[in-house]
Write a protein that binds this ligand. Structure first.
Ligand code: C2E
Ligand code: SIN
Ligand code: SIN
Ligand code: FE
Ligand code: FE
Length: 756
C-alpha cells in the first residue's frame, strides 16, 4: 500500500524516487521499506538504516522533530548521505498518528530546488492518510489475532472439521483432519472436497438437496486417505452465513474402529461385552421385544443412572430425553424401528441425573444370526456434548468475526462518534446476548467519565452519569485499568448511587471494561443484564476484544472532534482555581500581598527574554503562581513569626518546596509546572534546599524564578524585616551571582530592570 502510494507520487510528479523509512519503536531505528521485486544489497541497507535523532542522513532528524524538511540542494547539506550523485534535492515528511511515529517519507529529485512549501504540505496530507491506513492495517491484524483465539476451539475437537465453499473448495481444516487424512495443511488447501472421495464416493453420499448441503444429523460414507486407503466416515454439516458468503461447516469422524468393532461384535456376545466395556461409549443390546439383554457400565458415566436402572425400565432412556426433544425422538425411533431400517442414527440431548444437558449420538442396528433370525438390536450412545459445544463455539466465532468487521467498517468510514458507538453497542447486545450496554467517555482534563451512548435501557437512569475517576464501580475499573465483573448486583455492598431510577431497570448482572488505546484511557464499556450472567472465558475474551475496538474507535474519532476548544475552556477554569489558591496563601501570609502576581509578571518577562516559549511558558506561569503553595502546610506560628526562625523552625520552613511537590504532583495537569514550586530554593553553588541541586541540574525555570522571588521578597516589608532599597537589592543580587544565582540569569535580570 505504502509503496504503491509512493510510486504514484513519483510517476505523477516526475521525481527521481520516493522511499519510506519504517520506524521500529523498540529499536528506535528507521529501515528502508523495500518491495520484494527490488531489494537493495546488505551494505546499502545498512547505510540506509537511521537512528532516531541521528544527524547522519536526515531521516532520524525528521523523525525526531516531526516536521517536514526541504533540502534545496543536497551538495550544501552536510548531513545528507550521498548514495547517488544524481540526487540533488529532497523532501522529508514524518508519518505519525497522535504520538506514535510510524516512519518517514523521503522524496528526491534530480533537480536542485525541486520542492516547494506547497509540496511539503501536500505530502504531509498524504503522510497523514498513510498513517491512518497503517493503523487500519494494524487494526486488521488485531482482528485476525482474535480469530487465532477461536482457533483453539477448532483444534481442540476430536473430529475433523472442514470449512468449505459452496462449490467444494476447502477453505480451512483443523489439525485432526490432517491426521485422519494424511495430508499436510498446505496440501489440503489445494484440494477440493471431491478429491477426498473414492471414485464411486459421490454415489455413496445420500441425496443432498441443495448441492453440498449436508444434513445436520450424521450420515455414513467412505473417504480416501492420502495413501489411497478407503475408510468409513461419518459426516454432518451445516451452512453458515458469514458476511455475504455461505460457507459449509462439515464435521467428519473416522469410524473405522467403530465399524470394525461392530463387525466383530456380531461374532460373539462375549467379545461384545469385552469390547463394550473398553470403550467410553455406552453399548447395549436389546431383544426383539425391546427388553435389554445387556447395557455397558459406561451408561452411568454418561447419564448418572446405573445399568440396572435402564435394565429395569426399557423406556427409561426416552424419559430422560430433554423435554423439548422427547416427542420427536420417540416418533423418529419408532418410525425407524418399524421400517426395520438396517441401521440408523440420531442426535438428541438428555438430562443427566444432575439435570445437566448431555448430547447423545445414538446408533443402532438389527442383529441376525447365521440362519437369518432376528436377534434384537445393538446400539451405542456416545456423549458428544463437547463436540456440540465446540460446533456452537465455531459458529459463534464466525458470527463474532462478522460483528468485528461491521464495527471496523463503521470506524473506517468515520461517520461520527454517535454512529460508531451505536454500531458498537448493537453488536455488543447481539453478540454477547445481554440486555443493555452503554459507553462512558473519559475527559482527561476533568478526570470524569460521562455517558455518551447507550442501548437497551428502559429508563433514562444512566443518561446523566458523570463519575469522577475512582468513583463508583466504573470509575474504579478505569482507575485500576481492569475489568470489573459483578454477576449479581444484589450481592455487592456498593449500590448504584448514580440514579434513583436505576432500580426500575431491574438489572442483575453488571460488567465494566475500561477502554484503553495505546496506553491512554478513553472511557468505559458497561454491560447490564436483567438475569444472572455467568460468562465463560470465551465470552469475556470477546467482551475485551469489543472493548479494544471501541477504544480504537474513540481514539480515531478524537482527531475529528473539536476537543481543542473544550481544552481551552477547561484550562481557563483550572487557572482561575490556581489563582484562587495563590490568593488564599497571600491572605494567610498577610505582608506578602500581591507578591504572587508580581513574581508571575516578572518571571514571565525574564523567561521570555531568556528564550522560553510556547507550552513551557504556560507551565512557568503556573509554577510561579504556585511557588510558595507549600507554605500552606506551615503553622501561623512559623509563617507569621516577627523575628528570626530557630533551627527547628528552619527544618520545617525548608520543607515547603516538598509540601508543594506532594500537594501538586498527583494532579497530572500540573506535572510540568512542578519545577518552580519544588526547586525555587535550590542554589547555583549547590547550597540550597530541598535536594541541594547544583548548576544546570536545577531546572531553568526555577533558576529564573529564584532571582525574581528574592528580588520581590527583599523589596517588600516582611514580618521579620523592613523592605530593602532598589540599589541595596540589586547589589545583593549581583553579589550572589554564581553563588545563589545562575550568572546568566542575573545578567538578563539586571538588563531587564535597567530597561524598566
Ligand atoms: P520569603 O520571605 O518569600 O523569601 C524568599 C527568599 O528571599 C528567601 O529564601 C531568601 O533567599 C530571600 N530573602 C528574603 N528575605 C531576605 C533577607 O532579609 N535577607 C536575605 N539575604 N535574603 C532574603 P529563604 O531564606 O530560603 O527563606 C524562605 C522563607 O522562609 C521565606 O520566604 C520566609 O517565609 C521564611 N523566612 C526566612 N527568614 C525568616 C525569618 O528571619 N523570620 C521568619 N519569620 N521567616 C523567615
Ligand atoms: C538520507 O540521505 O537522509 C536518505 C536519502 C534517501 O531518501 O535515500
Ligand atoms: C429403549 O428402548 O429404551 C432404548 C433403546 C434404544 O435406544 O435403542
Ligand atoms: Fe519559597
Ligand atoms: Fe516567594
Amino acid at each position: 500500500l505504502i509503496l504503491q502510494a509512493l510510486r504514484t507520487i513519483v510517476e505523477t510528479a516526475g521525481y527521481q524516487q520516493a522511499n519510506f523509512f519504517q520506524y521500529d519503536e523498540d529499536r528506535k531505528l528507521f529501515a528502508l521499506l523495500e518491495s520484494s521485486e527490488q531489494e537493495h544489497p546488505a551494505e546499502i541497507k545498512e547505510i540506509l538504516t537511521f537512528r532516531l535523532g541521528e544527524e547522519r542522513g536526515l531521516i532520524g532528524v525528521v523523525g525526531e522533530s516531526r516536521q517536514a524538511l526541504i533540502i534545496p540542494d543536497t551538495k550544501d547539506e552536510p548531513r545528507w548521505v550521498p548514495t547517488d550523485e544524481t540526487l540533488r534535492s529532497a523532501l522529508f515528511v514524518p508519518v505519525f498518528r497522535e504520538n506514535r511515529l510510524l516512519g518517514v517519507v523521503s522524496i528526491v529529485s534530480a533537480q536542485t530546488d525541486a520542492f516547494s512549501e506547497e509540496d511539503a504540505r501536500n505530502i504531509t496530507v498524504l503522510a497523514n492518510n498513510l498513517a491512518i491506513a497503517i493503523e487500519n492495517i494494524q487494526l486488521f491484524e488485531r482482528v485476525t489475532k482474535s480469530e487465532a483465539r477461536y482457533r483453539g476451539i477448532f483444534e481442540g475437537v476430536q473430529d475433523a472439521i472442514f470449512v468449505e465453499s459452496p462449490d467444494g473448495n476447502i477453505l480451512d481444516i483443523n489439525e485432526r483432519a490432517c491426521q485422519i487424512f494424511g495430508y499436510s495443511r498446505e496440501e489440503f488447501l489445494t484440494k477440493k472436497v471431491s478429491d477426498l472421495l473414492p471414485p464411486d464416493g459421490e454415489a455413496l453420499l445420500p441425496d443432498r438437496p441443495g448441492g453440498r448441503d449436508i444434513p445436520n444429523h450424521p450420515i455414513e460414507t467412505v473417504n480416501l486417505r492420502a495413501n489411497g486407503e478407503k475408510f468409513p466416515v461419518e459426516i454432518s454439516g451445516r451452512v453458515n452465513n458469514v458476511g455475504d458468503e455461505d460457507v459449509l461447516l462439515v464435521v467428519l469422524r473416522d469410524i473405522s474402529d467403530r465399524v470394525k468393532a461392530q463387525q466383530e461384535l456380531q461374532e460373539s456376545e462375549t467379545r461384545f461385552r469385552l469390547l463394550a466395556e473398553f470403550t467410553h461409549d455406552w453399548e447395549y443390546w436389546i431383544d426383539p421385544q425391546g427388553e435389554y439383554i445387556y447395557t455397558s457400565p459406561s451408561c452411568e458415566a454418561i447419564t448418572g443412572y446405573s445399568a440396572d436402572e435402564f435394565i429395569a425400565k426399557p423406556e427409561f432412556l426416552f424419559e430422560i430425553v430433554h423435554p423439548n426433544y422427547q416427542e420427536k425422538v420417540i416418533a423418529h425411533y419408532h418410525d425407524q424401528v418399524n421400517k426395520l431400517q438396517p441401521e440408523f442414527s440420531m442426535i438428541f440431548p438428555i438430562l443427566n441425573r444432575d439435570g445437566d444437558q448431555i448430547w447423545l449420538e445414538h446408533h443402532c442396528r438389527p442383529i441376525f444370526n447365521q440362519a437369518g433370525d432376528f436377534l434384537g438390536r445393538r446400539g451405542n450412545n456416545r456423549n458428544i456434548t463437547a463436540r456440540v459445544r465446540a460446533e456452537e463455539g465455531v459458529q459463534r466465532q464466525l458470527k463474532r468475526l462478522a460483528a468485528l468487521h461491521t464495527i471496523d467498517r463503521a470506524i473506517n468510514s468515520s461517520t461520527g462518534l454517535e454512529v460508531i458507538l451505536n454500531v458498537l453497542l448493537r453488536q455488543t447486545l447481539e453478540q454477547l446476548e445481554v440486555d443493555a450496554a452503554d459507553i462512558l467517555l473519559y475527559n482527561k482534563n476533568l478526570l470524569t467519565l460521562s455517558f455518551a451512548a447507550g442501548q437497551g435501557f428502559q429508563t433514562s437512569a444512566l443518561k446523566y452519569t458523570r463519575l469522577r475517576l475512582g468513583e463508583g464501580l466504573a470509575g474504579r475499573a478505569v482507575f485500576e485499568q481492569k475489568t470489573v465483573v459483578i454477576p449479581d448486583l444484589a450481592e455487592v455492598e456498593e449500590k448504584f448511587a448514580r440514579s434513583q431510577e436505576f432500580k426500575n431497570e431491574k438489572f442483575r448482572s453488571y460488567f465494566v471494561v475500561p477502554l484503553i488505546a495505546k496506553g491512554q484511557i478513553k472511557g468505559a464499556l458497561e454491560i447490564f443484564h436483567r438475569s444472572r450472567l455467568n460468562p465463560d472465558s470465551e465470552w469475556l475474551g470477546f467482551l475485551e476484544t469489543l472493548a479494544g475496538q471501541a477504544a480504537i474507535g474513540l481514539s480515531e474519532i478524537e482527531l475529528f472532534e473539536g476537543l481543542e476548544k473544550a481544552n481551552f475552556e477547561i484550562n481557563f477554569a483550572y487557572d482561575s482555581t490556581l489563582a484562587g489558591w495563590a490568593y488564599a496563601l497571600e491572605l494567610r501570609d498577610r505582608e506578602t500581598e500581591g507578591h504572587s502576581r508580581r513574581v508571575v509578571d516578572l518571571t514571565l518577562r525574564l523567561a521570555q527574554a531568556m528564550g522560553i516559549k510556547g507550552d513551557a511558558l504556560v507551565h512557568t506561569r503556573r509554577g510561579a503562581l504556585l511557588h510558595d503553595i507549600g507554605k500552606m502546610g506551615l503553622s501561623d506560628k512559623i509563617l507569621l513569626k516577627p523575628g528570626p526562625l530557630t533551627d527547628e523552625e528552619w527544618v520545617l520552613m525548608k520543607k515547603h518546596p516538598v509540601y508543594a511537590y506532594k500537594l501538586l504532583s498527583p494532579i497530572s495537569y500540573l506535572n510540568k509546572a512542578l519545577d518552580i514550586p519544588y526547586c525555587h530554593h535550590e542554589k547555583w553553588d549547590g547550597s540550597g534546599y530541598p535536594r541541594g541541586l547544583k548548576g544546570t541540574q536545577i531546572p531553568l525555570s526555577a533558576r529564573i524564578f529564584a532571582v525574581v522571588d528574592v528580588w520581590d521578597a527583599l523589596r517588600t516589608d516582611r514580618v521579620y524585616r523592613k523592605a530593602w532599597s532598589k540599589e541595596k537589592t540589586l547589589d545583593y543580587i549581583r553579589a550572589e551571582s554564581g553563588k545563589h544565582f545562575d550568572p546568566k540569569v542575573v545578567d538578563a535580570f539586571l538588563k531587564m530592570i535597567e530597561e524598566m
